[in-house]
Design a protein around this ligand. Structure first.
Ligand code: NAD
Length: 353
């Protein structure tokens, strides 16, 4: 089986993408998984059903800025790989409070790199050759596209938000630790993810939950901003493929070839809700246009052909199948997201600067 008897240290494994990676590793591979997560507001251990009883799973509640804790974790578990998914991830929050983004995304990645390097330097030649540090980043580091064109692995960095600037910084650190210290790193830059277990502050779950409640559906600006949507389980498969077969020092773009305007996304959610959970009137009547996000990038679109060509990856879900699955999941898993609302998450507008 893939990754048999290998230990993979996943940071941020209680988050949206991290939990999909942990579920995939435990279900489809023989890897042992150590999940290091600080458990911020965005984390949810309920996103890892069955993991705590799995003998191949360990959880360590720590911040990736804590060098001593990381050192002990590397010494205890002797991982063969790191997948770094721990981050502050919400653009609107980064506008109101960039400090946490600088701390976790930059200082945290630096601290993790230092401890990974220390661990790697102490390994046997065979273990050293096998070790990988996979850093998960975003297409937002490339800034905004015009009407045409795609981001490729050679696109110039031009981040526009505190979030994307902090991710860009971390990508540069990872590159530098490879070039300067030979740490075997790989970086992936992916487009917007969606799917089950997504915290309700993000566009798709926000609209599903508001639509179900019959509340206004706030679309930023004119709704014509374009994102390229990637189903989170396709992303998790891509990450383990890159870990297994990706070339050291390379970057890989991951995207689903699913460009949609935000308004298209919201309209499709309305149609799905009207079919699957009919209400008194069409949900489209709930759409309202609100003040745009400051610095709102107009368009992102990913060219994922390097990943497809070199590693044979292909998204299994197109946007229609993935979105239908997602809406159904939120209808069937109300307990998961209701608990987040009950803990005090209010779904109110932030990030107006
Ligand atoms: P998320 O916000 O859902 O989860 C982040 C996780 O990291 C949480 O469990 C949180 O508790 C943990 N964390 C935060 N700060 C930490 C710290 N200092 N130490 C340890 N753990 C900490 O994020 P996500 O959507 O799962 O994103 C994961 C990664 O993928 C991030 O690096 C993000 O930048 C990147 N990414 C996400 C998307 C997307 O659409 N969600 C798109 C592109 C890239």
């Amino acid at each position: 089986m893939r990754f048999d008897n290998l230990t993979i240290l996943v940071t941020g494994g209680a988050g949206f993408i991290g939990s999909a990676v942990v579920r995939h590793l435990l279900a489809d591979t023989g890897a042992r998984v150590v999940n290091v997560d600080k458990l911020t507001y965005a984390a949810n251990l309920d996103s890892l059903p069955g993991a705590s009883g799995n003998p191949r799973y360990a959880f360590e509640q720590h911040c990736i800025c804590q060098a001593e804790a990381l050192r002990r974790i590397f010494e205890t578990y002797q991982p063969s790989a790191v997948i770094n998914l721990a981050a502050e991830s919400h653009v609107d929050r980064s506008i109101d409070g960039p400090g946490d983004f600088i701390q976790t995304n930059i200082v945290g990645t630096f601290t993790l790199l230092q401890e990974a390097l220390r661990h790697w330097r102490g390994l046997s030649p065979e273990a050293k050759a096998r070790f990988r540090f996979l850093h998960v980043s975003t297409d937002e580091v490339f800034g905004s596209l015009g009407e045409t064109g795609l981001f490729s692995e050679t696109s110039a960095y031009a981040p526009n938000s505190p979030y994307s600037a902090s991710k860009a910084s971390s990508d540069h650190l990872v590159r530098a630790w490879r070039e300067t210290y030979d740490l075997p790193t790989i970086v992936t830059n992916c487009s917007n993810n969606y799917g089950p277990y997504h915290f309700p502050e993000k566009l798709i779950p926000h609209m599903i939950i508001k639509g179900l409640a019959g509340e206004p559906l706030p679309v930023y600006g004119d709704g014509r901003n374009i994102r390229d949507w990637l189903y989170v389980e396709d992303h998790a498969r891509a990450l383990t493929l890159v870990l297994e077969h990706g070339r050291i020092g390379e970057t890989y773009n991951i995207g689903g070839r699913n460009e949609r305007t935000n308004l298209d996304v919201v309209n499709t959610i309305c149609e799905l809700l009207d079919q699957l959970a009919p209400g008194p009137a069409s949900r489209r009547n709930l759409i309202s246009f609100v003040t745009d996000r400051p610095g709102h990038d107009r368009r992102y679109a990913i060219d994922a052909s390097k990943l497809e060509r070199e590693l044979g990856w292909k998204a299994k879900e197109d946007f229609d199948s993935g979105l239908a699955k997602t809406v159904r999941w939120y209808l069937e898993n109300r307990v998961w997201w209701q608990a987040i609302l009950d803990r005090g998450y209010h779904q109110s507008r932030i990030g107006l600067g």
